[in-house]
Design a protein. Structure first.
Length: 440
């Protein structure tokens, strides 16, 4: 869109801003609906959206400068001007990124599924729908056998019961759920890209018992809702020796941690008719009936999603996410040996998941270094948790789509404000929580 002219009327200026707001909102919603399947065409659309944002920022900067010139001292208006200048710098940086991604994808066109700029062939589905039930049934049976969850008296009256290590109770066969720690939604290729090679003798681990745990149905709900998490069984103020002993122990032990004891759900019944509520399980060690354990790296990934759930649930309420939890996410407590994420894959995740996650790259740092070096620095920072954000934000995205489809009276300003409010639920945790998340 052309820059503003000196003789432009205030009404024409407002109309231009409204048009830009609508175009930005429409393109952003289009990109958001596409989910994870980004290609060169999508990044072209992303470039158009960034260009519109840059044009809107230019108008806002001109307005701020005009107010500055009309003021007597001008000191009171210095901050907005500099904020607009910084925003323009960031938008220009993002615009150049979009251009490079468009060029990379255009040169690899026709490469089939390997269409992501980094060639990781990231996919959204782990298995086809027709095979999903069969695979999940086999996955459940493997977990039951690996963790010895069957009742010792299969012919007796309790033969159908299965063991839940989280609550240490025998539960009904239909009430026990085989939970994946790294969700099937991401797919095996994504799992391999994040965690490098599979450990189980070269076997893919998406549906391996190392990536699963059998638990009572309400426990799964509590984990999904961010009420509790599974963490290493060491004291909160563990010494280096205690942490070292846990890392070297075989098998490693884990315990339950209630993330927000003041939350209403933490005071609800577990549903086992034993009179216990969730807070009663805080600090309880998981009781396994075999030497098998879930992989620490997948438990760590799930733990990160729990912290993010707390942050997304209370984005503007300081203290609802315990500071000890935030600062302890990436500490040496979880620093077990083994293949974790490769920092070279972070860019591929952001490019694959789309422009709505561009902010997780961080802003360009001014001065001294070249732009490419600054990008490498930000990519190698603590931003790999884009997969965790995607897993947590899945429900929020679907709810946002439903709300937009039902709204017949569109207001560009209201839509933009609503989008900014919804994105704050991710930006705030990314700025305050993800900055503490570093892979061991």
């Amino acid at each position: 869109m052309a820059p503003s002219t000196p003789d432009e009327t205030p009404k024409a200026r407002k109309d231009r801003l409204d048009t830009l707001a609508f175009d930005i909102w429409y393109n952003r919603r289009t990109l958001k609906r596409k989910g994870n399947s980004f290609n060169a065409t999508d990044w072209t659309l992303a470039h158009e959206m960034t260009t519109d944002e840059l044009a809107r920022s230019t108008i806002q900067l001109e307005d701020a400068l005009e107010v500055l010139e009309q003021s007597s001292g001008g000191c009171h208006y210095q901050e907005p001007v500099w904020l607009h200048l910084e925003k323009r710098e960031l938008l220009l940086w993002q615009q150049r990124r979009c251009v490079r991604q468009m060029q990379r994808l255009a040169t690899t066109a026709g490469g089939g599924d390997k269409s992501t700029p980094s060639g990781l062939a990231l996919v959204n589905k782990g298995v086809g729908q027709e095979d999903e039930e069969r695979v999940r049934t086999a996955f459940r049976e493997r977990i039951i056998d690996e963790y010895d969850c069957r009742h010792p008296e299969p012919e007796g009256p309790y033969g159908e019961l299965l063991w839940c290590p989280v609550v240490s109770e025998w539960v009904g066969h239909c009430s026990a759920v085989a939970v994946q720690l790294f969700d099937n939604r991401h797919g095996q290729e994504t799992m391999d890209a994040v965690f490098r090679q599979a450990e189980a003798g070269g076997e893919a681990e998406l549906f391996h018992p190392r990536n699963g745990l059998l638990m009572f149905g309400t426990v799964q709900v509590a984990i999904e809702e961010g009420v509790l998490a599974i963490v290493p069984d060491v004291p909160s103020n563990a010494t280096a020796e205690e942490i070292c002993r846990w890392r070297e122990s075989r098998p490693r032990e884990y315990k339950v941690r209630i993330l927000d004891p003041g939350r209403r759900e933490a005071n609800l019944s577990v549903g086992l008719f034993n009179g216990k509520i969730w807070k009663d399980y805080d600090g309880k060690r998981l009781e396994f009936r075999s030497e098998a354990r879930p992989s620490a790296r997948y438990l760590y990934f799930r733990y990160v999603t729990q912290i993010l759930r707390c942050a997304l649930r209370y984005p503007f309420q300081v203290g609802r996410v315990p500071q000890g939890e935030v600062e302890g996410v990436g500490t040496r407590i979880w620093a077990v040996s083994g293949p974790y994420v490769r920092t070279s894959t972070i860019r591929a995740f952001v490019e694959e998941f789309g422009c709505e996650y561009e902010h997780l790259f961080g802003e360009p740092e001014p001065g001294g270094e070249s732009e490419e070096m600054r990008e490498v620095e930000h990519v190698d920072d603590d931003r790999f948790y884009i997969a965790a954000v995607e897993q947590v934000q899945h429900t929020l995205r679907e709810q946002t789509f439903d709300d937009e489809d039902e709204d017949e009276d569109f207001d560009p300003e209201e839509a933009e404000a609503a989008w900014q409010a919804s994105m704050a639920r991710v930006v705030v945790p990314a700025g305050t929580v993800l900055t503490h998340l570093r892979m061991p």
